[in-house]
Ligand binder design. Structure first.
Ligand code: AMP
Length: 342
């Protein structure tokens, strides 16, 4: 295997966080490749982040271009749109250089396993209601699979749940305690080369229509019979109260430590804890994303936090590329590409 990073191409699907992944790779001196759904190439051309674009009639054809990816010595960076394009098994069976630890994927995919991972890390999680009959407080009903919060709804009791779930026949869901507080999504990066954990940035989501409801008077909300929905359309940067940082570092480290008990090599690279901070400043963690999240997109030019450490623009995408570059030059690629699916 070459120890010259210029012999490698950084590739990803043209969607989600591809702009910063590709731009970050270019900043680190890599060649870049975007794999786009036909008709959706323009952003990657216009922003000049892709040295090359491969267009596919359907992104589900991704496995068919594996030969081409191998020829280009491409290292593929997964992000949220991979989950829409392929199922878990297809992802695990890809025979290409895949950034990350594929053995962690099932722990993220399966909500029950995800919960046991986060509990093992000692994090506080919203209560889950196994049976709708047990609903005794506000709950949020979430459907499985990618879709960015589309169709999620709230209920206060079993009757309201039954009435609303009728619109979603055959869909699998989870009933979770609805925690009132301030949402904050924590973006981490853990280096498997140095064993160091970084906090890169924070965001909150901008969702339709829940983020617009506050613009309508309560009386009108009732008159209009508004129902909240959580379809994400963008992300808003946050800087957190500084005294919250020590606990945030501890939470991230606990998740890494727990992951190393679950799977060899554990979780590394970018990941995100999705939390609600309650009025007594306690974190309630409702989800983990074990990869780059789109919430890092406002920070292509870096964040106040990455500025402290790097003194140069450092997006999460660029941080990934830098890690891969170090791995290549130190002949440690195996530490960032854990593909031995078992
Ligand atoms: P998700 O798709 O799981 O990230 O959630 C979509 C939206 O629901 C986000 O706006 C979250 O802030 C909100 N949300 C998710 N779970 C909870 C919860 N347990 N309590 C309060 N809000 C939540």
């Amino acid at each position: 295997m070459s120890t010259d990073y210029r012999d490698f191409t950084i590739a990803t699907i043209g969607s989600h966080s591809a702009l910063q992944i590709l731009r970050g790779a270019k900043d680190e001196g890599f060649r870049t490749l975007a794999i786009c759904q036909e008709g959706r190439e323009l952003p990657y051309k216009s922003y000049k982040v892709a040295d090359e674009i491969i267009s596919l009639g359907s992104l589900s054809d991704f496995p068919k271009i594996q030969d081409q990816l191998r020829e280009k010595n491409a290292i593929v960076i997964p992000h949220g749109s991979f989950f829409g394009a392929m199922d878990l098994e297809t992802m695990q069976q890809l025979k290409i250089m895949y950034y990350g630890n594929k053995n962690i994927l099932p722990w993220e995919f399966d909500r029950t396993r995800q919960r046991s991972w986060l509990s093992r890390a000692g994090l506080h999680l919203p209560k889950i209601f196994e049976s709708p009959e047990d609903i005794d407080r506000p709950v949020i009903i979430k459907f499985f699979g990618a879709g960015g919060g589309k169709g999620f709804f709230l209920a206060r009791n079993p009757e309201e749940f039954k009435q609303k779930i009728a619109a979603h026949p055959g869909q699998s869901y989870v009933i979770q305690e609805y925690v009132i507080g301030a949402p904050v999504y924590i973006h981490y990066f853990y280096s498997s080369l140095t064993g160091e954990l970084e906090i890169m940035s924070f965001d909150k989501r901008y969702e339709s229509n829940v983020d617009a409801i506050g613009r309508v008077a309560a009386k009108d909300q009732l008159d209009l019979g508004l129902e909240t929905s959580y379809n994400i359309m963008g992300n808003v940067p946050i800087v957190v109260r500084e005294s919250l940082l020590p606990e945030m570092f501890q939470m991230g480290q606990a998740v890494i430590d727990a992951s190393q008990q679950l799977e060899q090599h554990g979780l590394f690279g970018p990941f995100c804890l999705e939390t609600i901070v309650t009025p007594d400043l306690k974190f309630s963690v409702f989800e983990i994303s074990a990869r780059i999240v789109a919430g890092t997109n406002p920070f292509i030019n870096g964040t106040p936090y990455t500025w402290l450490r790097y003194n140069e623009p450092m997006s999460t995408g660029r941080r990934i590329a830098r890690e891969i570059k170090h791995a290549i030059t130190q002949e440690q690629l195996k530490k960032v590409l854990v593909n031995d699916h078992h």
